[in-house]
Design a protein around this ligand. Structure first.
Ligand SMILES: Nc1ncnc2c1ncn2[C@@H]1O[C@H](COP(=O)(O)OP(=O)(O)OP(=O)(O)O)[C@@H](O)[C@H]1O
Ligand SMILES: [Mg+2]
Length: 364
């Protein structure tokens, strides 16, 4: 018995009982005609040989017609669609994910074979998108690794040259250190993202004060915002308890704050605001930086996407992808409001402690 969303809506058989009923009626009719034929031949007085040959020819014709009809029926209702599907499956097996097999009937006449074909199309589409994601991911990682490796190689070659001053040596060594750091950040972000993507339920979930954590994170960036002469305003309550994984949320605040500092010109302002309302804790990070247009905004949560190319040498475009995944795991939400040239606001909503229950019934 089918146990899916189509159960009860589609025909369960391609050879319904009515078809066999038709066969039965036709055969009964044919035998009726046979009896009529015998009576007719008796009446007109044909000899015994003809009387036995005619029914044989008659039944041979009937049997042939029925056999041809049954064969045609099996071919059109079963074999042809199966051949099409087999051909499509073999193309997919050879790596062609553009395959699409049209359904055999219109929606009101769907049967289980149509459903199977549609499920097959969906599967191929999914496989295709996973394949594209994988290829994109590999090419993005390779691209991001190429630059720091090239920098390390160049500085190492420069270090090998004779007659360089101590100052130059220091400069080249710092260049190598910076590129190595970038590589290490890239790899640790990829590992974090990979771990988060394969994780269903977050460990280490406990109630804690997010206000304290926000203050600690802001202070960690003090040097960075001081250096850029950015003013940082914080409007944070004394205590707001959330039930979450503290180390994962730290990733969120660090990424949002580092983006705000990175994309705000010197002299700008960053505001961190936190409020509690109806079972939710809301935290917003606003800046008066470069902002984004809607085309950039549509992609900021994609892996490796960097909208502002002038900043692309800093970071790898994985920060917001991580943020999004963490908030998905913690039953939270993130919204972005931004205007090009005016600044951006990232608003994070988290369930307050004691009210968080996810859809699977898991306690996050
Ligand atoms: N506060 C912001 N103001 C303007 N643009 C932003 C802001 N935050 C993010 N963006 C845009 O979103 C893109 C993606 O951000 P994300 O944090 O994922 O990557 P990144 O900061 O470039 O690199 P990484 O986070 O890996 O260091 C950025 O490149 C930028 O174009
Ligand atoms: Mg970032």
């Amino acid at each position: 018995m089918r146990e899916d969303k189509y159960y009860g809506m589609v025909k369960e058989s391609r050879f319904p009982p009515s078809l066999f009923a038709i066969y039965l009626v036709v055969l009964l009719l044919m035998s009726g005609v046979h009896t009529g034929l015998i009576v007719f031949m008796n009446r007109i007085g044909w000899n015994a040989v003809i009387q036995s040959i005619v029914p044989m020819i008659y039944w041979a014709i009937v049997a042939m017609a029925l056999t041809l009809f049954a064969r045609r029926k099996v071919r059109t209702t079963y074999e042809e669609p199966m051949h099409k599907l087999a051909e499509a499956t073999s193309r997919v097996a050879n790596g062609d994910f553009s395959v699409y097999v049209p359904a055999l009937h219109t929606q009101d006449k769907w049967d289980y074979l149509d459903v199977m074909i549609m499920d097959f199309n969906k599967m191929v589409e999914e496989l295709g998108s996973i394949e594209t994601l994988k290829t994109d991911f590999v090419s993005n990682v390779s691209h991001e690794m190429k630059t720091p490796i090239a920098i390390i190689k160049n500085y190492a070659e420069l270090l090998k040259t004779e007659h360089i001053t101590e100052e130059q040596k220091k400069e080249y060594a710092e260049g190598i250190e910076g590129a190595a750091m970038r590589l290490s950040n890239l790899i640790s972000n990829i590992l974090k993202l990979n771990k988060l993507e394969n994780q269903r339920i977050t460990p280490d979930v406990e109630a804690y004060d997010v206000c304290r954590q926000l203050c600690e994170c802001i202070l960690q960036f003090e040097d960075a915002w001081d250096e850029k002469e950015i003013e940082l305003e914080a409007e944070i309550e004394d205590v707001a308890m959330v039930e979450a994984d503290e180390s994962l949320l730290e990733l969120v605040w660090n990424n949002l704050l580092s983006n705000a500092i990175k994309f705000t010109e010197p002299g700008g302002t960053i505001t961190v605001r936190q409020t509690s309302e109806e079972g939710f804790v809301k935290i917003s990070v606003s800046d008066t930086g470069c902002g984004m247009g809607s085309d950039v905004m549509n992609h900021i949560f994609d892996k490796f996407y960097q909208g502002d190319t002038s900043h692309s040498k800093e970071g790898n475009g994985l920060g917001l992808a991580l943020v999004k995944r963490v908030l998905e795991l913690l039953d939270g939400d993130i919204q972005v409001f931004s205007e090009e040239g005016r600044g951006s606001t990232f608003l994070v909503t988290l369930p307050a402690a004691g009210v968080s229950v996810n859809e699977d019934g898991g306690n996050l």
